[in-house]
Design a protein around this ligand. Structure first.
Ligand SMILES: [Zn+2]
Length: 191
């Protein structure tokens, strides 16, 4: 079992979670920035985190793990490896979430839906909907980071390794600007 401290340490060490003063793509400012791709580039760390998600759903008779492209693909693959089951991914075709590439769900199959980060839960809800339409039984959702402070109700059991609030400020109301902290644009700093 991984503790919250161990999870946070991995996310910080890999720079998947940055703390400071950031300009988000929306133009708003925040003291945190998440880029899960940074941890997913390390198979060893990814294996440890996804192993913890898998552990939480062990004993649920899951036979397939599915994640939405692109953030969910690697998470799905590593959780499935730990559960020793299939891993597939969904993707949008003309805006509609679908299973492509020959992937399918057998009616009655127990499915675990995974994602790297959820903020509004939109993509995950679309995947849950898709799986149910295909006759699958959604056992739950596993995510690395829930940025909704745990407020999203996906209607199924949801496990997040880290739960945090997505707090951001309009530039004119930003307390970090007032403190005179230098503003960084994620991805632009040489770290
Ligand atoms: Zn600011």
């Amino acid at each position: 079992m991984l503790t919250k401290d161990e999870i946070t340490t991995i996310l910080k060490k890999t720079k998947a979670m940055l703390t400071g003063h950031f300009k988000l793509t929306s133009g708003r400012h925040s003291d945190r920035y998440f880029q899960c791709a940074m941890v997913l580039q390390h198979p060893d760390h990814t294996g440890v985190l996804c192993g913890e998600l898998a552990r939480r759903f062990a004993g649920e008779n899951i036979s397939v793990v599915v994640g939405p492209a692109t953030g969910g693909i690697i998470v799905s693959y590593e959780v499935a490896r730990a559960l020793n089951v299939r891993s597939i991914f969904s993707e949008r075709e003309e805006g509609v979430m679908k299973l492509r590439r020959g992937f399918s769900i057998t009616p009655g199959e127990k499915v675990l839906v995974v994602e790297d980060v959820i903020t509004t839960g939109g993509s995950v809800l679309e995947v849950i909907d898709l799986i149910r339409k295909l006759g699958g039984e959604v056992v739950g959702t596993g995510v690395l980071v829930d940025r909704s402070s745990g407020k999203i109700d996906l209607g199924v059991r949801t496990e997040a390794l880290l739960t945090t609030a997505a707090i951001s400020y309009a530039p004119e109301d930003c307390p970090l600007c007032r403190q005179g902290l230098p503003l960084e644009k994620p991805g632009s700093r040489n770290i």
